[in-house]
Ligand binder design. Structure first.
Ligand code: CTP
Ligand code: MG
Length: 218
């Protein structure tokens, strides 16, 4: 059976609210509760561990752990607190619009032979350029084959445990856990995500998320 780790231990500095980002209200629920509710509704997931900041109430029906200084350290803390279970779903509390369908598709993709991780992702639609320190463009990337990646990210447990078993400075460089699998030579596949799987980073995203939730209800 699968287990799920929800990462909610960040400070939310860019959102700049009066409380940790995971507790900021969205559609009448704390941000973290949206991911808890999606994952708790899935019979395939037997346990949910949530990495939280200090002093925050643990969501009902989950196991709470104190997060780490950087995101992947929070993953390590949460995984260490989880019982046996494979694969492992990693979900950012900052992505409240995740869905059962998306988690299911990602879980299905990791079951393919030889796959170590399956990650929700969206094809890049903007043209992407590289610029130097002076703002002078040095390269235009070929958009074909470029994806921006999100959560859920689903891992074979042994591969994730191996990937997280690295020095703290390597862990601190990881903006997503799949990179840790890639650098260890593992096989990672993308799973197309709906365009509304946005990450709440700033107040603009919170306002957008409110609108998208209202539209879902309509
Ligand atoms: N996260 C975590 N532990 C950390 C840092 C981040 O569990 N030490 C989680 C956040 O709670 C969030 C997700 O990782 O759900 C993605 O991080 P991000 O969007 O950067 O959130 P914050 O770090 O909270 O925001 P900011 O960087 O603006 O402070
Ligand atoms: Mg952050």
């Amino acid at each position: 059976m699968a287990i799920a780790l929800i990462l909610a231990a960040g400070r939310g500095e860019r959102l700049g609210a009066d409380r940790p980002k995971a507790l900021v209200e969205l559609g009448g629920r704390p941000l973290v509760q949206w991911s808890v509710d999606v994952l708790a509704s899935m019979p395939a997931i037997e346990q949910i561990v949530v990495a939280l900041p200090a002093g925050v109430q643990v969501p009902t029906g989950t196991i709470g752990v104190l997060g780490g200084a950087v995101r992947s350290e929070s993953v390590r803390c949460a995984l260490a607190a989880a019982e046996a279970g494979d694969p492992v779903v990693v979900q950012d509390a900052a992505r409240p619009l995740t869905s059962v369908e998306l988690v299911q598709a990602t879980l299905a993709a990791v079951e393919h032979e030889g796959v170590d991780a399956a990650i929700a992702a969206t094809p890049v639609t903007d043209t992407v350029k590289r610029a130097d320190g002076e703002g002078v463009v040095t390269q235009t990337l070929d958009r074909a084959g470029l994806w921006t990646v999100q959560t859920p990210q689903v891992f074979r447990r042994a591969a994730l445990e191996r990937a997280l078993d690295v020095p703290d400075d390597v862990l601190a460089q990881a903006t997503d856990d799949a990179w840790l699998i890639e650098r260890a030579g593992g096989r990672v596949v993308v799973v197309p995500a709906p365009p509304d799987n946005l990450k709440v980073t700033t107040a603009l995203h919170l306002a957008l998320a409110e609108l998208l939730i209202a539209r879902r209800k309509a």
